[in-house]
Design a protein around this ligand. Structure first.
Ligand code: SAM
Ligand code: CA
Length: 237
């Protein structure tokens, strides 16, 4: 890129401060966040891994995407206590379905009473399993091909590309896959030496994923700096 264009791109400025983030949350996100989602945040707050929950501002965009594609049949990889799951369940229609996969049922059960209180548990098929084998199982039945409207992937970063390959068959053309944590704590733009040890494996997987997604002609893509980075992939063929 020419130097002038580079300067113009960076001077647009993303989030410059915590105050600006709070401003977005308090002005546009929290006032519209459904009460039951606030409650899931509350019941998760004391969990030692509470920061794994989907950021409410990213969730707000995901709800819009679900509405835009009229999502009815969806899949979620990585449930934790259920913030993104409840968000999806509240957004899709009454006869919508979510296949929700997580290796850990215990954390799902932390949020489950809130999901039940919200009256949307009938839309959820929770599967306690690692996700790759579930996707492979789905693909054994050709009826599942092109049948999903929406997928949210938020677990097991090293397998994101493997999930993507399978989701490109399971999603219909016009369906959307959203990948979370695609900026991996900002490490994707750090030099090797700056990256904390515990983030190295995920960083390499994220760098590889981001490059491969950018090269994938099957999708229209947007890499959005919300939360820890989300990448929206719209299957175009
Ligand atoms: N989307 C969730 C939310 O909004 O709260 C957060 C998900 S959290 C970042 C990641 C979850 O993935 C954890 O609950 C973990 O148990 C699960 N997980 C890790 N490896 C997995 C795998 N191979 N297959 C399925 N789930 C997995
Ligand atoms: Ca995440």
């Amino acid at each position: 890129m020419a130097e002038k264009a580079k300067k113009a791109a960076s001077s647009k400025g993303l989030l410059q401060s915590e105050e600006l983030y709070r401003y977005i949350l308090e002005t546009s996100v929290y006032p519209r966040e459904p009460e039951h989602l606030k409650e899931i945040r509350d019941v998760t707050a004391d969990h030692p891994r509470a920061m794994m929950s989907t950021a409410p501002d990213a969730g707000q965009l995901m709800a819009m995407l679900l509405k835009l594609v009229n999502a009815k049949k969806t899949i979620e990889i990585g449930v934790f206590t259920g913030y993104s799951l409840l968000l999806t369940a509240l957004t899709i229609p009454e006869d919508g379905q979510i296949m929700a996969i997580d290796v850990n049922r215990e954390t799902y059960e932390i949020g489950l009473p809130v999901i039940k209180k919200a009256g949307v548990d009938h839309k959820i098929n929770f599967i306690e399993s690692e996700a790759l084998s579930v996707l492979d199982q789905l693909l054994k039945d050709s009826e599942n091909e092109g049948s999903f409207d929406y997928a949210f992937v938020d677990a097991d970063k090293v397998n994101y590309w493997n999930y993507h390959e399978r989701l490109m068959k399971l999603l219909k053309v016009g369906g959307i896959a959203v990948y979370d944590n695609t900026l991996w704590g900002g490490t994707v733009a750090m030099s090797e030496e700056q990256v904390p040890d515990h983030l190295r494996g995920g960083r390499q997987a994220t760098l590889d994923l981001n490059r491969s997604l950018a090269d994938d002609p099957r999708i229209q893509l947007s890499h959005v700096p919300l939360g820890d980075g989300i990448t929206i992939c719209w299957r175009i063929f």
